[in-house]
Structures are given as structure tokens and as C-alpha cells.
Design a protein around this ligand. Structure first.
Ligand SMILES: C[S@@+](CC[C@H](N)C(=O)[O-])C[C@H]1O[C@@H](n2cnc3c(N)ncnc32)[C@H](O)[C@@H]1O
Length: 268
């Protein structure tokens, strides 16, 4: 197992969430299981051209890119990631190693550009969002989906609130994530001149054995060593939280996946 020092330079690829960690593929599968249903429902509402070109930016383990290739059999689906190790053997997709922070695409390359659970983790999120707009053809769609941890910070349960605050602090310190940015997405798309801006949300809970609960648990387990090392939580806190989550009487709102979309003007 590769370990990372949480005091390293902040950033996704040096963090406890990076792809080299044992268990990361399984954790990404829990994310996909929780979030794919909303992403699919959002795409199903678009009337795309016969042979659409679709970009999935930061595609992770690729379940959604694979679904896009099946859903639109004549599409050209491009899946990118800074680390493409999990994007092998997915039928119908084109895989490119691409750093969203530094690498570009030519203007108007795609009918749809999609990014999920990516920009909230990248400190350059505002610049990437602006550049992603330019990659969309006039009349095409930008779809940005990100996770907000706002619900967990609002819990009335003191232990869950402590763990949530520690998790948000760890994400900020070790990656540079902004776990409330997702709540502002529709406005940010409007600010960039997109039209027909819309959004839908998926409310994820913990303690109910839902896919979101499984994702929350897998991510918290992966964060454990870094939370302890930075002194954000104690082992007692982590054990007590595991017991609380397993308590049949306990369930609470934990996170929101915000899916926001907008259309690039035909007039440019
Ligand atoms: C939380 S995962 C989400 C994966 C996928 N979008 C999904 O929702 O299933 C974030 C992904 O972003 C990738 N990533 C991190 N920094 C990146 C960057 N600068 N450019 C492109 N991808 C990046 C990671 O390697 C990881 O696969």
C-alpha cells in the first residue's frame, strides 16, 4: 500500500483521496453507485444531436463514461483524468491523460462537457469552469456536478457535526477542496453567460444503508489516518462515529450532490 504524508503540498494527487491508495477503486465504485442515478437522469433530459461528442472530465473509475457510450451508441465519448489507471477496458470510450488545471481543449470541441466530483477539489475551479465553457460548441451543454457537505455541518448531533467539521477541514487543508462550492453552481453558470440554466439535487443520508451512506463510510474510513495524524479527530471519535452510524435509531442528512447545467449560446 502506498501511503501519503498529509502534510505534503496540498493537492488531490498527493492526498488521501488519490488513486494509488488501496481501496480507492472500491471507494470510487461507492461514489458511482450513489451518484450515477442523478447524472443519468440529468442527461436523459437533453435532446442531443445524432452523433454527439461528449467529454467526461476527471472520469475516475469510468462508470458514467461507460454509460454515456452505451446510452449514445453513435457518440464519441472522451474520458479524461490526471490518473487514468481505472479507465482501461471500458467499451466505446476514448481515454486521454489530461490535467484539467493546466491542459486545454480547442474551442467548441464538444456537444456536452461533464465533470462530476472534480471541481470542488481543485483550487483553480473558477478558471477551469470558465475554460470548460469554451470547450462546448454553440448550442451544446455544460453539466457540472459537485458534492456539498452543507447538510452534515448543519446536523444537531454533536458527534456527527464534529466529524463533519473535521472532514471538511481535512479536505481544505490537504487538497484545497471547497465542500460548499457546489451550492453556488447555478449562479456560476449564469455568470458565465450560459442560458437555460437548471439544477437538480440528490440528498444523501448516513445511517440508512443507502448508496450515499456507503460512500460516506468508505470515504471516512480512507480519511481516518490523515484525520488522526493532523489531530482533527481521535481514535475514540472515529470509533464512536462508527457506533453511531450503526445505531438503528440514527440517520441524518449528510451531503448533497448538486447537478447544474446550462446551454452555450448559439450566437457565441
Ligand atoms: C472524486 S473522483 C470523481 C470521479 C468521477 N468524476 C466520478 O464522479 O465518478 C475525482 C477524480 O478527479 C481526478 N482528478 C484529480 N485532479 C485532477 C486534475 N487536475 N485533472 C483531471 N482529473 C483530476 C482524480 O484522479 C479522480 O479520478
Amino acid at each position: 500500500m502506498t501511503t501519503t504524508d498529509p502534510t505534503d503540498e496540498p493537492g488531490y494527487t498527493s492526498s488521501y483521496l488519490a488513486d494509488q491508495h488501496t481501496g480507492q477503486l472500491a471507494r470510487l465504485r461507492t461514489l458511482e453507485c450513489a451518484f450515477d442515478p442523478l447524472s443519468k437522469a440529468v442527461f436523459d433530459q437533453f435532446d442531443l444531436p445524432g452523433q454527439p461528442t461528449i467529454l467526461d472530465l476527471g472520469a475516475g473509475a469510468g462508470s458514467f463514461a461507460g454509460w454515456l457510450a452505451q446510452r449514445y451508441p453513435d457518440a464519441i465519448v472522451t474520458a479524461t483524468d490526471i490518473d487514468t489507471r481505472f479507465l482501461t477496458d471500458i467499451p466505446g470510450i476514448r481515454v486521454i491523460t489530461h490535467n484539467a488545471t493546466t491542459d486545454d481543449f480547442p474551442a467548441a470541441s464538444f456537444d456536452v462537457v461533464h465533470a462530476r466530483a472534480l471541481l470542488c477539489h481543485l483550487t483553480e475551479r473558477e478558471d477551469i469552469l470558465s475554460r470548460a465553457v469554451t470547450w462546448v460548441r454553440p448550442g451544446g451543454w455544460l453539466v457540472i456536478e459537485d458534492v456539498s457537505l452543507q447538510p452534515s455541518l448543519r446536523t444537531s448531533n454533536p458527534l456527527f457535526r464534529k466529524v463533519a467539521q473535521a472532514g471538511v477541514a481535512l479536505l481544505e487543508q490537504s487538497i484545497g477542496s471547497d465542500m460548499l462550492w457546489a451550492d453556488t453552481l447555478p449562479g456560476r453558470l449564469r455568470d458565465r453567460g450560459l442560458s437555460r440554466v437548471g439544477h437538480r439535487t440528490l440528498e444523501g443520508r448516513i445511517g440508512d444503508n443507502s448508496p450515499a451512506d456507503t460512500f460516506w463510510s468508505a470515504t471516512t474510513a480512507q480519511a481516518g489516518p490523515a484525520l488522526l495524524k493532523l489531530g482533527l479527530l481521535t481514535q475514540n471519535d472515529l470509533d464512536a462515529m462508527a457506533n453511531l452510524r450503526a445505531d438503528p435509531e440514527f440517520t441524518d442528512a449528510a451531503l448533497t450532490l448538486v447537478s447544474a447545467w446550462g446551454q452555450v449560446s448559439e450566437l457565441g
